[in-house]
Design a protein around this ligand. Structure first.
Ligand code: NAD
Ligand code: ZN
Length: 342
């Protein structure tokens, strides 16, 4: 079968590999759709995950159809459509046991971060995963559904940590960076009770996507302070989610935050944030650095998608055009999420 693999620093290639056989407790999925995440660029181009063994097949946002069952697998129907909860943990700690491998106690030393992030993922005709990673997704459009597993799940988990801040009357939320994750975060924020949502992006087509996704205002970074001030009666935002997190966006985010507001750093841009007392952050601020989400939360995201509260803007590429999809994401040419279909 075909597999799109990371073969070296900065290098990817299609490789012909044997169809993988599921071991005990595992299933083989025929891949229906695999999303392309900005994190894939961080891994391929910028050395994130430099300690992982190469090569491995990319693709950590997977929707597939169950095609073969390993020994001992029960309760999984051949032919059913599923999503993969892809974060990898040690499998032994309390967090892993409750489905939160994203916060495994051994995260810093694990040999891989997820299916498709250090071990073979979904940018292939098929993938083998453990049964306990599966979340049912029958009836959903596979291209839409694939985006829920990271763009949706990470945004959902990021917003979930600020539920209290969003529950107040007239709450204001800001989304910085309206890409694959950020545009889904807008619908998720609305569902979580955000009264007003301001989106910030450097690209006009991303700002258009923000409006399509339900943002009240979508502005360039230079216009963000004035926009938030206007919408929040001069108070600042209850929650700012930064899906870029370079120095410039973190500096901006700090200026948009209300006293005792939540700053949620989701992007992996590597920007440095000054934490000092006194310092630039408002009194009472909370800062979180969420990573991905739990399997239970993925099931909740699927429910949210079924309710119609979130809808991804997707652009499907044939798997054989993976190089072109990566290049377009690199060049800022993707609006919403690029998804590969074998
Ligand atoms: P994306 O490329 O689809 O979207 C990024 C968006 O940010 C684009 O619309 C771009 O125009 C905008 N942008 C870039 N620079 C900007 C700036 N200076 N000001 C305003 N907007 C700017 O990326 P994505 O796949 O949505 O991922 C977003 C980030 O989240 C990446 O850094 C990715 O690595 C990270 N990520 C984190 C987690 C996690 O668990 N915390 C999970 C997945 C992705
Ligand atoms: Zn990702």
């Amino acid at each position: 079968m075909r597999a799109y693999r990371m073969t070296g620093p900065g290098a990817t290639a299609f490789v012909d590999v044997d169809l993988p056989e599921p071991g005990p407790g595992e299933v083989r999925l025929d891949v229906l759709a695999a999303g392309l995440c900005h994190s894939d660029l961080n891994v391929v181009d910028h050395g994130a995950g430099a300690a992982w063994a190469l090569p491995f097949t990319l693709g950590h946002e997977i929707c597939g159809r169950v095609a073969a069952l390993g020994a001992g697998v029960t309760g999984v129907a051949l032919g059913s459509q599923v999503l993969v909860h892809a974060p990898i943990g040690c499998g032994k700690c309390a967090r892993c046991h409750r489905g939160s491998a994203n916060y495994c106690d051994d995260r810093r030393t694990l040999p891989a971060a997820g299916v498709g992030l250090g071990v073979d993922g979904g940018m292939a005709d098929a993938v083998v995963v453990a049964q306990d990673r599966l979340v049912a997704a029958d009836g959903l459009d596979p291209v839409q559904a694939a985006t829920l597993t990271d763009a949706g799940l990470t945004s959902y988990h990021a917003v979930a940590g600020s539920r209290d801040a969003l529950a107040g009357a007239g709450s204001v939320a800001v989304v910085v960076g309206v890409g694959g994750l950020g545009h889904l975060a807008i619908g998720i924020l609305r569902a979580a009770g955000a009264a007003r949502i301001v989106a910030v992006d450097t690209r006009e087509d991303a700002r258009e996507l923000a409006r399509w996704s339900g943002a009240d205002l979508a502005v360039e970074p230079a216009g963000a302070r004035a926009a938030v001030g206007r919408i929040a009666n001069g108070r600042g935002a209850d929650v700012v989610l930064d899906f870029v997190a370079v120095r410039a966006t973190l500096d901006l985010a700090v200026t948009l935050l209300r006293t005792a507001g939540d700053l949620v750093v989701v992007g992996s841009g590597g920007g440095v944030l000054e934490i000092a007392k006194p310092g630039p952050l408002p009194a009472g601020a909370t800062i979180r650095l969420p990573f991905w989400g739990s399997r239970g939360e993925l099931a909740e995201v699927v429910d949210l998608a079924r309710s119609g509260a979130i809808r991804a803007r997707t652009r499907a590429f044939d798997l054989r055009d993976a190089d072109r999809a990566f290049d377009e994401l690199r060049g800022g040419g993707i609006v919403g999420r690029a998804v590969l279909t074998p």
